[in-house]
Write a protein that binds this ligand. Structure first.
Ligand SMILES: *Cc1c(COP(=O)(O)O)cnc(C)c1O
Length: 428
């Protein structure tokens, strides 16, 4: 499908039925698979043949959906995970060991920040966080001899910063390590990080890919471009024998194109078991079938909403890279020429009290900790996700108490703006 447009891959990628087979992808709800001889099954366990034996490792429905996302991102192999958190953890932990080090953009999803800063630190993995706006010199200075991966988000949740993917890829490659990019907010419809040098792409499919607030999930896509063997001393897990798989050397046996995902499946998924259910994968695929249509509308609504908000007297500032004058507008023109996403944030002059009044009076926008839903939703970090912090601490963290994040859904833009207007009218 690689010669087809992304719209066509959204609709038809990953699965082509044969004569008389189901038009829609079948949900293979089976934990296990039957074989005629133990020899047949043994070949699967030895990774000598491909096939299915247990749904914790691989399932046909999940693989069809992973293949679609793989084609959308322009990768060579992909796997679904039970959540976006699992996708980012697996992508990192597949190559980073105790005693190793990660360089990460500081502007990332809070859950991923906690994962790297707290949980992976307990596993003996160190991290250095750098500003997404750092110079090449500052970025290069963050590397250590034990650095094994670089991490960032195309459009960061919730800060809405845009990553300079080429710069981060260049620094990663100069130090012989891959760049992992979480592409959740942009989706492959608006940005394909592999084309800008990213080696591994991850998603929380819970967001735009699902798009209807239905199923939690994640995905990892490998570009197949990173040469593990050329950097073998840094990646023993891929380049030396895996004794738990009869001494297979993943990078030798599966090459650049397949080593990363094969190891991630046969080691991490086997041992940590964060599998996505085939039912969730089916819902995810329904979302993907309209991703290209929905993203255009999310962006259109986002643009209309920020144009309204930025002209409103009760609004202090608006963040949205699609807005001329936004700090990330120029970078967005390069990496996100067709639009960014439907998530916008703005700061109310009246601070915390104004944000509370505004959100209470919204009729279409529901108060949720979710984003990227077909239905508009909003959140005030000061009174929810960051409520343990004082106004002073919030200001220092770059999250003013009056900040509201709105995820613009697929409703009519005039109705959304009318809703925002009447809620803003209620603010003192
Ligand atoms: C939500 C989110 C995650 C975590 O995904 P879950 O599916 O909630 O586990 C990771 N990265 C980004 C950018 C997200 O928005």
């Amino acid at each position: 499908m690689s010669d087809r447009h992304i719209d066509t891959v959204c609709v038809q990628g990953g699965y082509t039925p044969g004569n008389g087979e189901p038009r829609q992808i079948p949900i293979v709800y089976s934990t296990t698979f039957k074989y005629d001889t133990s020899e047949d099954m043994g070949k699967l366990f030895d990774l000598e043949a491909s096939g299915y034996f247990y749904s914790r490792l691989q399932n046909p429905t999940n693989d069809m959906v992973a293949a679609k996302i793989c084609a959308l991102e322009g990768g060579t192999a992909a796997m679904l995970t039970g959540s976006g958190q699992a996708a980012n953890f697996f992508a990192l932990f597949n190559i980073v060991n105790c005693g190793d080090h990660i360089v990460s953009s500081s502007s990332i999803y809070g859950g991923t920040f906690n994962l790297i800063q707290t949980t992976m630190a307990k596993m003996g993995v160190e991290a250095t966080f750098v500003s997404p706006d750092c110079s090449e010199e500052e970025l290069n200075a963050a590397f250590r001899p034990n650095t094994r991966a670089v991490f960032g988000e195309t459009i960061a949740n919730p800060a809405l910063t845009v990553l300079d993917i080429e710069l981060f890829a260049r620094a990663a490659h100069a130090h012989g390590v891959p760049l992992i990019v979480d592409n959740t907010f942009a989706t492959p419809v608006n940005c394909r990080p592999i084309e800008w040098g990213a080696d591994i792409v991850t998603h929380s499919t819970t967001k735009y890919m699902d798009g209807h607030g239905v199923a939690v999930g994640g995905v990892i896509v490998d570009s197949g471009k990173f040469d593990w063997m050329a950097n073998a001393e840094r990646f023993p897990g891929l380049c030396t024998p895996d004794e738990s798989y009869h001494g297979i050397v993943y990078a030798e046996k599966f090459g650049k194109e397949g080593a990363f995902i094969t190891k991630c499946t046969s080691q991490l998924m086997r041992d940590l078991g964060s599998v996505q259910s085939p039912q969730s994968a089916f819902y995810l695929n329904l979302g993907l079938e309209s991703l290209h249509v929905r993203m255009a509308r999310h962006c259109e609504n986002g643009q209309a909403v920020v144009e309204f908000l930025s002209a409103h007297p009760k609004v202090k500032s608006v963040s949205y890279c699609g807005l001329p004058g936004d700090k990330y507008h120029e970078r967005a023109k390069k990496y996100l020429p067709n639009g960014s996403c439907g998530v916008v944030s703005f700061d109310l002059k009246g601070g915390r009290a104004a944000a509370e009044t505004f959100m209470k009076h919204l009729r279409l926008g529901a108060i949720e900790t979710h984003v990227a839903d077909a239905r508009t939703c909003c959140l005030n970090p000061a009174t929810s996700t960051h409520r343990q912090m004082t106004d002073e601490q919030l200001a220092a963290a770059g999250i003013p108490a009056g900040l509201v994040r709105i995820s613009c859904g697929l409703e009519n833009a005039e109705d959304l703006i009318a809703d925002l207007r009447q809620a803003l009218d209620k603010v003192e």
